[in-house]
Each structure stands twice: as C-alpha cells, then as structure tokens.
Design a protein around this ligand. Structure first.
Ligand code: GAP
Length: 464
C-alpha cells in the first residue's frame, strides 16, 4: 500500500527528519526544502546506487563532475538563452500569473475568470553576476546551469581522449541544477534548486537510435524496480512531436503516480531523449550550416570523432537518460510507505525501503538502559558493526516505541540486547517488515546482517 498522497510523505518527512521546509526561521522560502539527517542518507544512497550501476557495473560509462557556472556562450549555443522559456499569461481580473500550458478550461486557477493577456516567453535560467562589477554590466551575467548535460558535452573530447574511449560510450554526472520555475510546488517534485542524474550515451550517427531509447527505458525500469518502485506506479509517455525539446527527435518520459488521489495522477520522473548530434555540433568550431557558414564562430574546439574502422569523421549522436534525484527520493518514499496494525489495534507506519536505500541499516537497542552491562554491550556492538554497515545506538524510549520509530524511518533490522545476552553472547534480531525475531550470536551478527541486507540484484546490462 503506497502513500495515499504526497501530503502523507510531507508530514512523515518532517516528523522523522527526512526533509524540512527551508529557511523556516524566517517564514520559509517558497518551494525550497532542506534534507535532514535521514533524507541526506536516503538521497546519497540513491545517487550511489545509480553511480555504481552505471559507472562501476558497466564497462562503457565514465563519470565526471563539471562546474555549475559555465561560460555564458555554452547557453547561447545550446539554445537555452533563446528557447528555455515558459510561456506566461496574466489574469486581467486578479493579476495572477500562470504558465499558459497549465491553464485548464481557459479558467484562471485563482479567480476562475477567463480574461488573459497574450502569452509571452519567460526564460527560466537562473541568473547571477560574476565578480565585483556594476549591477547592470552585461559582461558579468552568468547562469546557474539548468541541466548538468552541457557540462558533459563540452567535456566530450577531454573524456574520450584521456580515457581512450571508442563509440559507443557514455558519460555520467550527478549534481545540482537550477531553474527559475514559475510555478514550483508539490513538495520536492518541482523546485528551483534540484539535483539531476544525467548520462549522455554517445553513439554513431548510423546506430539504431530509437531502439537505443527503448533499451535505456528498459534499463531504467529495472533500476527503479531495484530501488523498490512498483511497476504499476510507472507509466511510459511517448512525448508527441510538438512537445519535443528543440534538440530531440524522440523522447520517452517515465512517469510516476505522484498523485494517486487525482484524476491525472502522473508526473515526470525522468526522460530518455535522442538528442541527435545537436549538442556536439553546436559547440564545434568546424560545423557549417546549409550556406557553408560556421554555426559557432566562438568555439575553439571541434567535438567531432574519428571512427577508425570506417575512417570517417562525424559528430556522434546522443541518447540521454535524465533523471531527477529529488523526484526519485519522493517516488521511493511514496512506494515504501505502508501501514500495519499491531496486536493492540494500533496503526503503525512502516517504511519498507529497499535495504540498500535505508538511511540506517541496524538500530542497536538495550532492553534496560539502567543496566550498565547491557548498555555497554549494546554500544560495543554498535561500534563493531559501524565499519561494515550504518548502525545507530538508541535508548531514548521503551522497546515498543524504539521499534516503532525505526519502522517508521525504514530501518530493516533492530538488534536488541537483553539480560540473556550477557550470558549467551547472543542478541535478538527483529525484521522490520514481518516483525519476526530470531536469536543470533554476536560473533555472527555482522555477517548475518550483511547477507540479509544485500542490495536487490540489478540485472546485468544486455549487449547492444
Ligand atoms: N538534460 C535534459 C533535461 O534536463 P528535463 O526533462 O528538463 O531534461 C530531467 O529534466 C529531469 O530533471 C526531470 O525528469 C526531473 O526528474 C528533473 N527536474 C527537472 N526540473 C525539475 C524541477 N524544477 N524540480 C525537480 N526536479 C526537476
């Protein structure tokens, strides 16, 4: 039973230290959120799983970490300065400003009137100024990147030559991106500062691009299922021609059921796009337009590739799976959410996170906190487990309360140290999902937990 709505997760996230509204002491900042002690672990675990899966488990992908602020010309030639726009309309009645594509039935979402201004473009790149310059000096204008992808394209040759790569190969990057969203909202679903996990997969111009899009869609469906996402809560949206970004010939969005309570429950979790050779060509000094003119007189590099077997030089095409970290965190939390009733008829929340994602893998709990021997043994067990898995010690309540707290934050195992443990050097291991308990020797504990915590297997990539 996944969460019935996003609000259930907002309240759990705040109550249990996953995500807090940002800048709360000053009344908050619309749609900005801070990750708390458990949220940062969950989000790091998702990013690590992604990085391991693409960069370590496969042999055809390298990782990089490029700057957030790039030369402004990058955004000129990528097309973002000209086209990275939302179309806005103002309601003439109440002056509310909305995105034109979000108006339903030609009615203002605030007052219901149908009298709008003409739609006009609003560039959603977040601007900043570099250096100690006058406020209006245009030379100082720079942008916080709206996608991590461009940092990959402009490093294509650096990576290809230093790592001696032949096509096909990919470059992955995870990091912050920024968009001056007109209508941010729905918790961490749409914010102005967010994180992306993007991978640009470079292939020959004669490769079967559409098939490669399907291949990456399948790969990501499997990865999401390894994170615990329920297949029925994912849906594939073939983006129609008129909605495609300026660089794309085909895009498939993987949508997640973020709004199970609504008539339109789906919102984008990620997109897989065939970006053609647009980006490498546009940043290259030698690429000519139809009239034989250089399309980029500012570039000092040519990002083309020499293919040894065919002795041909060309601009590789790109298949790009682009996913949001924050949207993955939210989907994972929603699908992990469940409720269970105990013998006393009380309803408990259990966060059935995949063990690889759980912020804490084992909580070590003393049955009696006023017994120094038990407390000492529990703390020693915590310290001995820490090098192999994330463990915490907790004695801030009765055992029932401590179990409930760990269930609610998704800790797969509670390890209880009791009076008997002092005699038999064994502890009780309690399973989060079944509440079943078993006795395990302290000397076997690390191995026992590690075996049960093994990440869900991710199927090996298919050859293509
Ligand atoms: N490089 C291609 C690209 O950026 P996108 O569909 O605009 O494509 C990719 O963004 C992913 O980034 C989205 O599917 C979503 O998961 C995430 N994303 C985009 N804008 C976001 C926002 N304002 N807040 C949170 N996540 C966002």
């Amino acid at each position: 039973m996944p969460a019935p709505n996003i609000d259930t997760i907002v309240s759990l996230a705040k109550r249990r230290g996953f995500v807090f509204p940002s800048s709360e002491v000053y009344g908050g900042l619309g749609s900005a959120w801070d990750y708390g002690p458990l949220g940062v672990e969950l989000s790091n675990n998702i990013k690590q799983s992604w990085w391991r899966w693409l960069v370590y488990d496969r042999d055809d992908i390298e990782g990089i970490d490029s700057s957030i602020i790039l030369n402004r010309l990058v955004w000129k030639y990528s097309g973002h300065e000209a086209t990275f726009n939302d179309w806005l309309v103002d309601c003439r009645n109440c002056k509310d400003r909305s995105r034109a594509d979000k108006i339903v039935d030609n009615k203002c979402p605030k007052c219901g009137a149908s009298d709008f201004t003409e739609a006009r473009p609003f560039n959603t790149m977040l601007q900043t100024r570099l250096g100690a310059v006058a406020d209006d000096d245009p030379a100082a204008l720079a942008y916080l990147r709206p996608e991590t992808a461009q940092g990959i394209f402009i490093n294509f040759l650096n990576v290809q030559t230093t790592m001696r790569r032949k096509l096909p190969f990919g470059i992955a990057q995870v990091g912050k991106s920024f968009r001056n969203e007109v209508t941010p909202g729905n918790f961490i679903l749409r914010t102005r500062e967010f994180e992306q996990m993007e991978m640009e997969y470079f292939v020959s111009p004669t490769a079967e691009h559409s098939k490669l899009v399907d291949y990456w869609v399948e790969q990501y469906l499997e990865w999401f299922s390894s994170l615990g996402l329920i297949r029925e809560n994912l849906y594939l949206y073939e983006v129609p021609g008129e909605e495609l970004a300026h660089y794309s010939k085909r895009t498939v969005d993987i949508m997640y059921r973020y709004f199970p309570e609504r008539e339109k429950p789906w919102e984008e979790l990620m997109g897989i796009a065939w970006r053609t050779d647009f980006d490498l060509s546009t940043h290259s000094k030698n690429k000519l337009d139809e009239e034989g003119k250089r399309i980029n007189p500012d570039s000092t590099e040519d990002l083309s590739y020499f293919d040894e077997p065919t002795k041909q030089r060309f601009y590789p095409h790109v298949i790009e799976p682009a996913a949001g970290v924050n949207r993955t965190v939210l989907a994972v939390l929603m699908d992990a959410y469940s409720e269970k009733t105990n013998d006393k008829g009380e309803t408990r929340v259990i966060l059935k996170l995949s063990p690889q994602l759980a912020p804490i893998k084992a909580a070590i709990l003393p049955l009696a906190k006023n017994k120094p021997e038990i407390v000492g043994m529990a703390k020693a067990i915590k310290r001995s487990l820490q090098p192999v898995l994330r463990a915490v010690y907790d004695d801030t309540g009765g055992i029932g309360k401590l179990y409930a707290r760990q269930d609610e934050i998704g800790t797969p195992f509670c390890v209880t140290v009791d009076h008997q443990s002092l005699e038999d050097e064994a502890v009780t291991v309690r399973d989060r999902d079944t509440w079943e308990q078993e006795r395990v020797k302290v000397s076997d504990l690390a191995e026992h937990l590690q075996k049960r915590l093994k990440p869900y297997p991710v199927p090996p990539p298919e050859p293509h």
